[in-house]
Design a protein around this ligand. Structure first.
Ligand code: ZN
Length: 226
């Protein structure tokens, strides 16, 4: 009985080991495919800021690229990419661009859409590198951590500006990404885009209880000169 159980356990353990080995191998293959896709899209990006600037930042080790797969913050927030600033030895606060491997490998995501996401994230980096925003704005926030009204204001204001930069580029290039916010911007203007984004933000746990601040930011954005 004991022998049979041990043998069965050994077989089960062997199956578990080979399954996790196969998973690790496939995770590695997925990551390699995602890196290839990313490299190809960056090299063909219509904006030199990305095709040259982003590459230059990576080469001089100022920008870290983080290809994320599996259960992680991006997946939980259904995001394609995000920029964060992290304290790195010898560098100080430096940007980390996290990119979703499932998003890069999703055949439904067109090259245009991914290139726009890269442009979007690059705008966040540039805003900080040019001193228009404090890097602490992009320090990682833990999900559920309360945020101040002042931080909400900065985050949302920057997000609206970056979305506008992204959709302005799409319109300029004649791209038609399959993105409801883009169509709101393209068909009805920046106020429609801003209102649509804010309608989504009020439902996010991060902005819970900040309806008045969100309304103030969108009103200011709509009334300012583009
Ligand atoms: Zn953004």
């Amino acid at each position: 009985m004991i022998i049979r159980t041990t043998a069965a356990c050994a077989v089960l353990a062997a199956i578990a080991i080979s399954a996790s080995f196969a998973q690790a191998q496939s995770a590695d293959a997925r990551r390699r495919a995602a890196v290839r896709k990313f490299t190809d899209l960056v090299s063909r990006h219509p904006m030199a800021d990305v095709s040259q600037g982003m590459v230059a930042m990576t080469v001089r080790d100022h920008l870290v690229l983080d290809f994320v797969d599996g259960d992680n913050r991006l997946a939980r927030m259904n995001q394609a990419a995000a920029v964060g600033y992290f304290d790195r030895p010898g560098c100080g606060l430096c940007p980390v661009l996290s990119i979703s491997v499932p998003y890069l490998l999703d055949r439904r995501a067109g090259d245009d859409a991914i290139m726009l996401v890269l442009w979007h994230e690059y705008q966040h980096i540039v805003a900080i590198e040019e001193g228009r925003r404090p890097p602490t704005l992009h320090m990682p926030l833990r999900i559920g951590e309360p945020v101040s009204a002042a931080l909400v204001e900065l985050l949302v204001e920057e997000e609206l500006q970056v979305y506008e930069a992204e959709y302005r580029l799409a319109a300029f290039l004649g791209w038609q990404p399959n993105d409801a916010y883009f169509h709101a911007y393209h068909d009805h203007g920046r106020a429609a885009m801003a209102c649509m984004l804010i309608e989504e933000y009020v439902t996010l746990p991060l902005y819970k209880g900040h309806d008045a601040t969100l309304a103030k930011v969108v009103e200011r954005f709509v009334n300012e000169e583009p």
